[in-house]
Design a protein around this ligand. Sequence first.
Ligand code: C5P
Length: 244
Amino acid sequence: MEKLEKLYEGKAKKLYATDDPDVLWVEYMNQATAGNGEKKAQIEGKGALNNRITAVVFDLLRARGVDSHFVRRISETEQLVRKMNMYPLEIIMRNTAAGSFAKRYGVEEGTELNKPILEFCLKSDELGDPFINEDGIVALGLADEDEVAEISRQARAVNAALTDIFARIDVRLVDFKIEEGRTSDGAILLADEITPDTCRLWDLKDRSGRIEHLDKDLFRRDLGNIIPAYEEIHDRLTALAKAE
Ligand code: C5P
């Protein structure tokens, strides 16, 4: 596989074309951002950890019947994925109140929700990723009714499988963001990444009574170094993948 021209540079990843029109070359960067890019830092080792973590998560999901764009990891910081036509949506699933949800509705962070909540945001840095509902998505032509139904079904399936995966490594899956796209042959598939950058992960091994964050909230909230937390997630997931 040959790496060709750069197609896109996001906040945490660069995407390159390859000599296969259906495959992209992804490079995970060390850059960490928060607050829509207002806070920025280079964190040595983050790119390699996220590249490894998302690869293991996609493998564990596939073993549970949840397919994705992931092809294979090719180096410490790079992986190959299927080329997708992305929906401009951030698809958020919540199991426990936290972050913007807790703030918006005035509920204490950590409050269990009676059912998982699916939310959509329009992916737009200029607009600050505003909230959008199913009607808005269809009305703006971002996806049709059937596509929204399939994206929603997949988001709930990812949540069920991911909750199980993290429960097995003593981690509470509080909430997460995914992205979805369509392949050249029209299949709707899970894409982007699933890492501690995009999930809230609380350590269930911690008995202090405090929330032990194993995710990017450490960076967002200046709570500490993310690397030992990301390493912990990586090591526990890798042990689970070996055991399965
Ligand atoms: O900030 P908020 O509470 O809405 O985030 C919900 C979940 O979505 C968190 O797990 C967060 O990591 C993720 N997220 C993300 N990228 C964004 C916004 C949220 O990965 N741009």
